[in-house]
Ligand binder design. Structure first.
Ligand SMILES: [Zn+2]
Length: 562
């Protein structure tokens, strides 16, 4: 039965080849002695997998594997370790993560002198005149005795230096940066910001608080293409160390598109990227709608067929658009950032030109509005076919809107760790009634909707096992609250795993190529410590990725220290 299925798959894969017996193919790689969780319901488990040409050729039992594929070019005995499909994070900010790696990390560096020493070292490897950025000094703890530009000027006299505080409320510049920004004794404080001055001389000390930082920031040049590529590479390395083999990048800019394309051409893009254009750049979106999507059906490395649009802001800052006023601030219902008619118009155009729309919607008002706009657009474009419109976050839903996701086949793209990060204060914002529809994965799934899961890193950790833990427990990593926060909304392990594999693949139209371990699919696999039947949910927090394979190639191996 299995052999018939396999043969059929090979015939599909190699339409020009002579019909070949399974055994006549020499796999590039054979993994044996594994506990393979395939995420394919027809055949949920296997012991061995054969890989050829970057695709899965065959899965089955150890004995069969040795008999059929003893000729494999390479055989790896996994000693019973668990293998899962590579994880797909359906909402990420790879570039933001990468940019943070380009910056000097000064978090937890205890003194001004120690920070200056790091800046001095960075300066020694930075061309004269080029900016040095850093992040992480504690503007709260250091406020009693702020550092000054002098230490940084001494450390890097020939480079402008700007170090952002841990929480972004203050920046610390050297003299070169102050001069470039034209900040001197006479510069007035801007609105909502302060230039900290020496009480005796009135001279700027180099510390700028709140919006005064913009005086410097507006002189900072955008990253050049090689810096963007470097940032993407650094972030990609972190992804594959954590078992991510594909990401849905929730905002790609013009320079990022160029960077991704060049990385693909240079064989340097390590993981698969599904990019969303940003509706805020209307010219870019217009250009793409005119030329049509770019679907990488050859390598499955970089695809653009989605447009992200912001319907509202965030719940914490009360920027999320609610149907009724906030429970803890009755004067506001939040902010709609793109109107229903604009979302409708964008969606209609996207459907005409073969693009998906992914609307960021947090509040129940924004979700209601986006669903209305989607419904109208699908009515206006009845021939659009397989639409798969998405709502990113779907964080607070009115009861009437929960069944609409399944009915309209709108994908609910949700983030388990947002729930556990927000649960301490979310109910204050929306009150005891509306909270029933907040982070309500179980309710959404129960209606039959698609539920891809994601991290939204770097705002949250990119470690998908933390996401699984949050989804199945609704607890913080320290186990609170006991029993879980609104535990009726917990997912099962299988449902959470689907969210990071098959459902995320569906959300990018790639379910035929990704998301499960079955013959014909791309050979994206991870080997993990532990297995999917861990005795306590907290053990998910300790699961580690041992190996990551993309396209059948070992791209990360925990045993090899870099
Ligand atoms: Zn995001």
């Amino acid at each position: 039965m299995i052999r018939v299925f396999t043969l059929a798959t090979i015939l599909v894969l190699l339409p020009l080849a002579q019909p070949a017996a399974v055994t006549s193919i020499t796999p590039d790689l054979l993994l044996i002695n594994a506990h393979i969780v395939t995420m394919n319901e027809r055949r949920p488990e296997a012991e061995a997998v054969a890989i050829s040409g970057g695709r899965i050729l065959w899965i089955g039992a150890n004995t069969e594997a040795r008999r059929l594929y003893g000729n494999s070019r390479e055989t790896l005995d996994l000693n019973g370790a668990t293998v899962l499909p590579g994880f797909i994070d359906a909402h990420t900010h790879l570039m933001t993560l990468g940019e943070s790696y380009l910056k000097l990390n000064i978090k937890d560096i205890p003194t001004e002198q120690a920070v200056a020493a790091l800046v001095k070292h960075r300066s020694s490897e930075t061309p004269r005149g080029e900016w040095i950025f850093g992040w992480g000094w504690d503007e709260g703890a250091w406020a009693a005795n702020y550092p000054t530009y002098r230490s940084l000027t001494e450390a890097a006299p020939d480079n402008p230096v700007f170090l952002t505080g841990l929480h972004g409320f203050a920046g610390w510049a050297n003299k070169r940066a102050l001069d470039l920004a034209g900040i001197n004794r006479g510069t007035p404080d801007p609105d909502n910001g302060k230039i900290i001055r020496d009480p005796k001389t009135g001279e700027a000390t180099g510390i700028l608080t709140n919006r005064a930082q913009e005086l410097i920031q507006k002189h900072i040049p955008a990253l050049n293409i090689s810096q963007v590529k470097r940032a993407i590479e650094l972030a990609s390395d972190e992804c594959i160390r954590n078992g991510l083999t594909s990401v849905h990048e929730a905002r790609v800019t013009r320079v990022m598109i160029q960077a991704f394309r060049e990385l693909v051409k240079e064989h340097r893009l390590k993981l698969r990227v599904y990019g969303m254009l940003d509706f805020a750049d209307k010219a870019l979106v217009d250009e793409w709608l005119a030329r049509g999507p770019e679907i990488d059906s050859a390598n499955h490395l970089f695809t653009i067929r989605s447009v992200k649009v912001f319907a509202d802001g965030a719940l914490g800052s009360r920027g999320a658009a609610m149907l009724e006023p906030y429970s803890d601030e009755p004067r506001t219902r939040g902010v709609v950032t793109t109107s229903q008619s604009e979302i409708f118009e964008l969606t209609r155009r996207c459907l005409q030109h073969g693009f998906q729309v992914a609307a960021h919607a947090i509040g129940d008002g924004a979700n209601h509005m986006a669903l209305d706009a989607y419904e109208q657009a699908m009515k206006a474009e009845p021939k659009a076919g397989d639409t798969r419109l998405r709502i990113e976050h779907a964080q607070v839903l009115a009861p009437m809107d929960i069944p609409r996701f399944a009915r309209l086949n709108v994908i609910a793209s949700m983030q388990p760790t947002h729930c556990t990060s927000d649960m301490a204060w979310a109910e204050k914002r929306v009150g005891p009634k509306r909270i029933q529809g907040a982070y309500a994965w179980r309710s959404v799934l129960a209606t039959g909707a698609h539920l891809p899961l994601s991290s939204d890193f770097p705002g949250e950790t990119l470690n998908p096992f933390y996401g699984i833990y949050a989804a199945i427990t609704r607890q913080s990593p320290d186990g609170r609250p006991e029993g879980g926060w609104y535990p009726d909304q917990r997912l099962s392990v299988a449902e959470a795993l689907k969210g990071y594999t098959t459902e995320a693949a569906y959300a990018e139209f790639e379910e035929r190529n990704k998301g499960s371990i079955e013959p014909g699919k791309l050979a994206d696999l991870i080997v993990i410590s532990g297995n999917e039947k861990l005795s306590s949910p907290a053990e998910w927090l300790n699961v580690r990725v041992l190996k990551t394979f993309i396209n059948g190639r070992l791209v990360y191996n925990a045993d090899v220290k870099k």
